[in-house]
Write a protein that binds this ligand. Structure first.
Ligand code: F6P
Length: 463
């Protein structure tokens, strides 16, 4: 888009094609930001995913591809331990996903978080020109806007949170919670995935910070500065994703799934291996379904794709072990020599292959206990055959549930509820499946990532 100011995106993770660290870039954020940047001559700055001391010397790796320039820094092992594994993923992530039982409050990791945010500001500020629009992403970098301002940056700077914002009663358990929110109010625009997370944030601002909150205009005024705070639900790159069906790789993947399951109905789950995704609870629900419907065991197969994530964090090692045990237990008890009810796969697949698997699976299970949005739910819908669509079973606690109301909504904590939803999905007549699909596909198509970017950047330009 010529005439627009240059967009500078800053996030912890950067999807650098063919670069060191790219293999680790999973999750919806990296894909969405790549889509947001590809139409603009943008700059994307963040961590390479690599460990080395070179970031300390100010070394930045730069490369340009498809009009997007990426600039990445390495982090030292201490930085990774304290900032990424520590404060971001052992304090903020569990707290923001309502897992107070897993949240660790360590002074050292909090200091490491501040230090790395300062490092991002020190190395990022010289890359930003006076006219650029700056867009910072996610919980790793909440204080970055304030750090950039302290270096004299006058640019418009926005922030988007990809995960939920917790209820005030949970959030106040974080030591120095007020300090974190004060730094957020140095941004011109702060965006959330849903109205619910936005309202939790505004509740905190009004009741704990005693800021002036105007819900009608979506603004928070505090110490002379006004910040726009609104919900901008993220979507998929519809243009790109919906065309994957024409791709040979997708068709092959679909065929592979269908021929390997023979006449059995395939159900699928695809998640980073994370406790917030509710995978063991999902397996319990499937176990409950088999308990209640033993005659169906030969007719169904559940495929769970779960690439490991944040493997140095203890709670992630525990969830992996628990899941392996659970799958082993159900398969041990229910398999026959020629049939296994659960296929549990610890690797990632390309977007095209996932499209094929989603299309081949008649039921998609997306049952997180808490999730900012969840783009897998939207991708599952986008991959369906309009003439014979599958059924999406979706957690009511995923941000996506506010938009995909025609999914079969479930309480992911209840095995009975999940088992019941599987029954409903299996019995659902074609005309009802089509009716639900048509409503959901309209949302998935219209609320796409391009419109998300457009809406956020429009508010940021006008702020
Ligand atoms: O969407 C939430 C998020 O934490 C992103 O910020 C991140 O890129 C993605 O999940 C994957 O997690 P990680 O970068 O820790 O592998």
């Amino acid at each position: 888009m010529t005439g627009d100011p240059r967009l500078v995106v800053i996030s912890n993770r950067v999807a650098v094609p063919k670069a060191r660290g790219a293999a680790g870039a999973q999750g919806g954020l990296a894909g969405a930001l790549h889509a947001a940047l590809k139409d603009r001559k943008g700059l994307w700055f963040g961590w390479s995913g690599e460990e080395s001391e070179s970031g300390r010397t100010g070394h930045i790796d730069t490369q340009t591809s498809d009009g997007v320039t990426t600039a990445t820094l390495d982090l030292s092992q201490r930085d990774i331990d304290e900032y990424y594994n520590g404060y971001a993923n052992s304090t903020l992530w569990p707290l923001f996903h309502d897992r107070l039982d897993l949240a660790e409050y360590e002074r050292e990791t909090a200091k490491g978080y501040e230090r790395v945010n300062e490092r991002f500001a020190e190395l990022g500020a010289p890359l930003i020109d006076a006219e650029d629009i700056v867009w910072v992403h996610d919980y790793h970098l909440i204080p970055l806007g304030e750090r950039l301002r302290s270096r004299g940056l006058k640019n418009r700077i926005g922030f988007f949170l990809h995960i939920p914002w917790p209820a005030t009663r949970m959030f106040v358990s974080l030591p120095y919670h007020e300090r974190l929110v004060r730094t957020l109010l140095f941004y011109d625009v702060v965006g959330f995935q849903t109205q619910e997370w936005l309202e939790s944030f505004l509740h905190y601002c009004e009741n704990e910070l005693r800021a002036e909150v105007d819900k009608a205009s979506g603004t928070v005024t505090f110490e002379g500065r006004t910040t726009i705070a609104r919900a901008y639900p993220i979507g998929i790159d519809w243009e790109h994703f919906s065309k994957l069906g024409e791709n040979g790789e997708a068709r092959q993947a679909q065929q592979r799934l269908i021929s390997s399951t023979r006449r059995r109905i395939a159900m699928i789950g695809v998640d980073r291996l994370d406790y917030s995704k509710g995978i063991p609870e999902r397996i319990d629900g499937i176990g409950r379904f088999f308990d209640k419907n033993p005659e169906s065991i030969r007719d169904l197969v559940f495929i769970q794709i779960a690439p490991p994530s944040r493997e140095d964090v203890g709670s992630y090692q525990e969830i992996r072990a628990a899941l392996e045990q659970k799958c082993g237990q159900i398969n041990g008890a229910r398999s026959e020599v020629d049939m296994v009810p659960i296929r549990y796969v610890n690797r990632g697949y390309s977007h095209a292959e996932l499209f094929g698997f989603f299309r081949g699976a008649k039921i998609g299970l997306v049952t997180p206990l808490r999730d900012g949005m969840n783009l897998v739910a939207k991708e599952y819908v986008a991959a369906q055959d309009p003439e014979d669509p599958g059924v999406l079973i979706l957690s009511r606690f995923a941000g996506a549930a506010a938009q995909l109301k025609d999914a079969v909504l479930v309480n992911p904590h209840s095995p009975d509820d999940i088992a019941h939803a599987i029954r409903i999905a299996l019995d659902m007549p074609l005309d009802e499946r089509k009716r639900r699909y048509e409503k959901m596909i309209a949302t998935v198509r219209d609320d796409n990532v391009q419109n998300w970017t457009r809406d956020f950047l429009r508010d940021l330009s006008e702020a």
